[in-house]
Design a protein around this ligand. Structure first.
Ligand SMILES: CC(C)(COP(=O)(O)OP(=O)(O)OC[C@H]1O[C@@H](n2cnc3c(N)ncnc32)[C@H](O)[C@@H]1O)[C@@H](O)C(=O)NCCC(=O)NCCS
Ligand SMILES: Nc1ncnc2c1ncn2[C@@H]1O[C@H](COP(=O)(O)OP(=O)(O)OP(=O)(O)O)[C@@H](O)[C@H]1O
Length: 198
């Protein structure tokens, strides 16, 4: 079974495009969702996060105080690395379980915002990079999340630049709102099916 990583910088369209692969019958592992899940269910991880960032990291009902953590980690590289070092091992373990559950599929997709930054592309056979101009991505995220331009820019600044990621990717989907996306997805789907057969 082929493992395909799917990434792109903030607002590039990762989730939207991953859903199309799902429609084609391909299992998709959403690393960011899984990260959020383990951060509220894994007791050891919860204790580690509270120790690192203070008990304000969680609300009294057990939910993660995302705004509090975002303000810390997206404004300080060392703090983000601290959070990643706590969360990523738990996400890697969940991915291994997902693979095992879908071993009959020709390929699986791992959708992750930080596939390259975290080094997890090395655990995949191929990596897809989704690109769109920065201005388009900023406008999409402002419309979707009602964040400010400065919020989006500070998140973008924490990610490896698109050009760097393109050097590490095997495949590219251009989601600039001009080029048709579905034919690009179908081409890659055919490619992965044929790689999985051989
Ligand atoms: C800091 C948290 C709580 C903020 O949550 P919030 O809902 O406000 O933002 P969201 O998760 O949608 O992320 C917003 C943007 O930030 C970027 N981002 C998220 N995590 C990271 C990270 N670890 N490094 C760099 N960029 C990141 C994503 O590209 C995303 O577009 C959350 O992002 C988080 O828990 N991150 C750590 C877990 C992680 O590493 N997830 C990424 C994949 S495993
Ligand atoms: N080709 C497109 N045309 C118009 N809108 C789009 C297109 N692709 C994505 N969008 C919209 O842009 C927003 C961002 O897309 P999406 O949530 O898929 O991006 P993402 O890369 O997963 O974002 P994030 O990095 O913030 O998690 C969504 O509201 C989505 O509906």
């Amino acid at each position: 079974m082929l493992k395909v990583g799917l990434t792109g910088n903030i607002g590039s369209g990762k989730t939207t495009i991953a859903k199309v692969f799902e429609l084609l019958g391909i299992p998709v592992f959403y690393a960011d969702d899984e990260a959020k899940k383990v951060m509220v269910t894994d007791e050891v991880l919860i204790a580690g996060i509270k120790q690192a960032f203070g008990s304000e990291a969680y609300f009294d009902d057990g939910n993660l105080n995302r705004k509090y953590i975002s303000n810390i980690v997206f404004n300080n590289k060392a703090e983000l690395e601290k959070l990643n070092a706590l969360v990523h091992p738990a996400v890697f373990r969940a991915f291994a379980r997902f693979d095992a559950q879908h071993h009959e599929a020709p390929y699986v997709i791992r959708e992750a915002a930080i596939l390259f930054e975290s080094g997890s592309y090395k655990m995949c056979d191929r990596a897809i990079m989704i690109t769109a101009p920065l201005e388009t991505r900023i406008n999409r995220v402002i419309a979707r999340d009602h964040l400010t331009r400065a919020d989006v820019e500070s998140r973008e600044a924490r990610q490896m630049p698109q050009e760097e990621k393109l050097k590490l990717a095997n495949d590219v989907i251009i989601n600039d709102g001009k080029q048709l996306v579905i034919p690009q997805i179908l081409r890659l789907h055919e490619l992965y099916l044929s790689l999985a057969r051989n």
